[in-house]
Design a protein around this ligand. Structure first.
Ligand SMILES: [Fe+2]
Length: 266
């Protein structure tokens, strides 16, 4: 358990997007927050996975282990993202094979060392940080398909936890629950949100005193043209580059519930 803070920043999956990570970290530092946390999936999708680690160290980002980190750390055969569609898995495998082949042994050792969850305090609030959900590292908790009842039961099963933070799906959302409890999916830093915008997002969490905590999603604008160019240089799929350049998902589409998919172009 960490000592109480008054404001923290939480990052979702970085997906090797070291340019967005760098932009986010400088923005966070300017705000003077007490600590920075990352909910895992440091590699995937983008180029040069090892460029993420020095930034995390320099800004003292406290990480947990996502499904990707576990797979890369232990050199498993695939990312265990939880996709069920063959096209989703085809592109996921291309991403995973590149990431594993380009992650140094020291970085993989770091990934293996990460905890699966963290607990911390913000004022009088007790937070649980996880990757997919408290129950499963690769559980997809989408806004349209996750009911209040499901979240109430989930939080009731956690000892003295007021708020759960997760990532893994790639699209941010938050929900206030009964008894001032909260659930937040912080989205990801690694790729845009399938809404035609090229920015990505992180989350600021502020002590709310005796009421709910303040949850603010902060946009991050970064040199996405450079990222797409580097993806091309590394011969990552053209489909990945298009997502970075347009803000529309071209892969991982079959995991989306119908409501979230209708918001996208494909
Ligand atoms: Fe994940």
């Amino acid at each position: 358990m960490q000592s109480p803070s008054s404001q923290i920043a939480i990052l979702g999956g970085i997906y090797s997007n070291y340019l967005a990570l760098e932009a986010a970290l400088y923005d966070i530092r300017d705000r003077g927050v007490d600590a920075i946390y990352c909910l895992g999936d440091l590699g995937a999708f983008g180029p040069f996975p090892d460029r993420v680690f020095p930034l995390l160290e320099a800004f003292e980002v406290k990480c947990i282990q996502g499904n990707y980190d576990h797979s890369v750390g232990y050199a498993l055969d695939d990312c265990h993202c939880g996709y069920t569609d063959s096209r989703d898995n085809f592109f996921a495998q291309k991403s995973y094979d590149y990431t594993l082949a380009n992650t140094a042994d020291a970085s993989r050792s770091f990934l293996r060392s990460l905890p699966a969850k963290r607990q911390l305090e913000i004022g009088c609030h007790r937070l649980l940080l996880c990757h997919g959900s408290p129950k499963r590292v690769n559980e997809f908790l989408w806004e349209s398909t996750t009911t209040d009842h499901y979240l109430d039961v989930l939080l009731d099963g956690l000892d003295k936890i007021d708020c759960v933070f997760a990532t893994h799906t790639g699209i941010k959302w938050k929900r206030d629950l009964a008894r001032d409890k909260q659930f937040v999916n912080v989205g990801v830093l690694g790729r845009p949100e399938n809404d035609g915008q090229t920015c990505v997002w992180y989350t600021l969490v502020t002590d709310g005193g005796t009421g709910p905590m303040g949850i603010e999603f902060i946009p991050v604008h970064y040199d996405h043209h450079r990222l797409a160019t580097e993806m091309a240089t590394e011969r990552l799929p053209e489909e990945f580059q298009q997502t970075i350049l347009t803000g529309w998902w071209t892969t991982c589409l079959e995991s989306l519930p119908s409501k979230e998919r209708k918001k996208g172009r494909f």
